[in-house]
Design a protein around this ligand. Structure first.
Ligand code: ADP
Ligand code: MG
Length: 256
């Protein structure tokens, strides 16, 4: 039986989808069987991140009883499996109140892969709560800024109320400037373990433009290394990033 880890946040736009996609892809690099599910039905992005923006059968169809779960699974060339949600507004409207049916699929999801990484909607509304319902564990994503941390705190309280274990927090878009909250303060405020810190990295945008995960397109980038470190920690495997090889002036000059 697989484990369902839901990636959630209080505030929107903090890096949840980037984290779901890269954590899932990084776990797959460590030879795990991973399915990344787009549980953010109103504003789905997982397909866009992994080169499957428009697919005929999506999670929406499964929720409307129009398809079986396995029919909405697509395999990325890396071997990572993904289940996109529909980008169509019409499909979303047809879904009406069926979004919370996802909780009935929990057992079926767990049969598909060893790890199911589910992206979800931000906030504390019904869509976010539906994803909590299917979760075995939650990972909270935040930026090192006060609005994002206070919203993360509310998410943690909701998780407590719903009796869902929180594995920890991933702090993303870390710039290490003087205005940011330090890891110590984040830990003190949220009272949960920090699973890792992802630096602000322009390779993330480059990876998105090439519709792939940064752990595939820029494996030696700082953000990719950070995601691989978190994946290794979750899986309990050893991972020592290779030292970054910097090209000196002469190698640039003669390397061509
Ligand atoms: P959410 O799913 O929480 O709305 P996204 O994963 O879509 O957030 O990220 C929001 C924006 O931030 C995207 O444009 C994404 O490319 C960018 N982003 C996320 N993480 C990083 C990072 N570590 N460095 C730079 N940009 C990032
Ligand atoms: Mg998102």
């Amino acid at each position: 039986m697989g484990k369902i880890i839901v990636i959630t946040s209080g505030k929107g736009g903090v890096g949840k989808t980037t984290t779901a996609v890269n954590l899932g892809a990084a776990m797959n690099l460590f030879n795990e069987d991973v399915l990344i599910v787009d549980g953010n039905l109103t504003t789905p992005n997982v397909g866009l991140h992994l080169g499957a923006p428009e697919v005929p059968i999506t999670l929406n169809h499964v929720l409307r009883n129009k398809a079986e779960l396995f029919e909405a699974i697509y395999e990325h060339e890396s071997g990572t499996k993904i289940m996109p949600a529909s980008l169509s507004l019409e499909e979303l409207k047809k879904l009406k109140n069926n979004g919370d049916r996802i909780k009935h699929l929990k057992g079926d999801f767990k049969k598909i892969s060893d790890y199911i990484i589910m992206d979800s909607a931000a906030g504390l509304g019904s869509e976010a709560q539906s994803a909590f319902d299917v979760a075995d564990e939650l990972i909270i994503v935040t930026n090192p800024e006060m609005p994002s941390i206070t919203d993360a705190l509310k998410t943690i309280k909701l998780a407590e109320q719903m009796k869902k274990p929180v594995k920890g927090v991933i702090v993303t878009r870390v710039r290490k400037n003087e205005h940011e909250m330090t890891p110590d303060i984040v830990k003190e405020m949220l009272e949960i373990p920090i699973l890792g810190m992802i630096p602000e990295d322009s390779s993330i945008q480059e990876a998105l433009a090439s519709k792939d995960a940064i752990v595939h397109t820029h494996p030696d980038s700082n953000a990719a290394r950070a995601y691989k470190e978190i994946a290794a920690r979750i899986l309990g495997v050893d991972y020592t990033p290779e030292p970054i090889k910097r090209k000196g002036f002469f190698s640039w000059l003669f390397g061509k």
